[in-house]
Structure formats: C-alpha cells, structure tokens
Write a protein that binds this ligand. Structure first.
Ligand code: SAM
Length: 163
C-alpha cells in the first residue's frame, strides 16, 4: 500500500471512529476532550458532529488552523503530563468522550505516551464515557468496543469506560 493510501485510510478510520464515539455517547452528559489539538482537524470535526457540546482541547502549544483554535477557556496548553492530572478541576464535570490523537513518528515514544495517558485520563471520565485513540490503551475497567465497519484492526482504537 502506498503511503498516500495508508494516510487516507488512517484519516477515514479516524473520522469513522469519531462518528462512532459520538453515536455511542448519545446524551451522556459531560464535556469532550480533544487530546492532541495539532492542526485542529479532528477538533473541528468533533464540534461539527456534536454541536453544542463543550470541548476542551489539549496540546503543548496552539498551532491549529486559525478557524480551529478553541477559546482560551477551552485551550489547555502544556505538556499532557502537567495538564491532564489537573483537568478535573478545570472541566467542572467528568468528560463523556476523549479523542486521543497523540502519535508522532516515534512509535515507541507514542506507545509509551499512550500507556501513561489512558490511566491518567480515567479519573476525568464519567462512567460510560467513550475513548477513541490513534494508539492502543489498556486501562482496567475499559471495554474494547467493536470498530466501525471498514476500519481495520489496530488502525484506530475505541474503548468505553465501564458503568
Ligand atoms: C497527530 S497531532 C494531532 C492532530 C490533530 N488531532 C488534528 O487532527 O489536526 C499530535 C499532537 O499531540 C501533541 N502532543 C504530543 N505529545 C504531547 C505531550 N506530551 N504534551 C502535549 N502535547 C503533545 C503534539 O504537539 C501534536 O500537536
């Protein structure tokens, strides 16, 4: 598969998983977390498919497209290791959905970050919250959810925190 095909499939998988996560949370109360704002593409998609939901976006710096920059009250800037442990005080209520898009070109570092991030996010998620991630996560109490049709195993990940 060419790198172009691979990139397209990854983006299609990401979109399908965001939309599956949005359906799964339904009316579950709580804000949404975009962990890895980056260019703001998936933040923009989340706000389009879940209009009216409050979204907090995290990144070490704001470098998103100008149309996709959250307001200052919803931009959580800094290293995840510093910001995630303080999230609950900021959110006001536990989150209903977290999208973690944190991978880099360094596969080992990406896996290590995700291995820390899952358990660190768990306390800020409401029971029944949905997590979708570009990296695998293994968190006690999180159920692995079936991927949407057309998304190959291991291309993206979908979890639900137990009730
Ligand atoms: C793949 S990009 C996110 C792309 C974005 N979701 C989009 O659709 O445009 C990953 C982002 O995670 C951020 N990131 C990675 N590790 C981080 C860390 N330890 N603390 C804060 N931000 C981090 C990077 O700065 C980068 O912007």
């Amino acid at each position: 598969m060419s790198r172009l095909d691979s990139a397209i499939r990854r983006l299609e998988a990401q979109r399908a998983c965001l939309e599956a996560a949005a359906r799964l949370i339904g009316e579950l109360p709580g804000p949404l977390l975009e962990v890895g704002l980056g260019n703001g593409r998936t933040f923009d998609h989340l706000r389009e498919i879940l209009p009216g939901r409050e979204i907090f976006a995290l990144d070490r710096r704001i470098a998103a497209h100008p149309d996709c920059v959250p307001d200052s009250a919803h931009a959580v800037v800094g290293d995840f290791h510093d910001t995630v442990p303080k999230l609950l005080g900021l959110l006001g209520a536990p989150a209903a959905l977290a999208h973690c898009d944190t991978g880099s070109g360094d596969r080992v570092a990406s896996l290590e970050l995700a291995a820390w991030l899952g358990p660190a996010l768990d306390p800020v998620l409401v029971a029944g919250a949905v997590v979708t991630s570009d990296q695998p996560m293994a968190v006690p109490g999180w159920q692995v959810m079936a991927l949407p049709e057309g998304v190959a195993a291991e291309r993206y990940f979908l979890y639900r925190k137990g009730i």
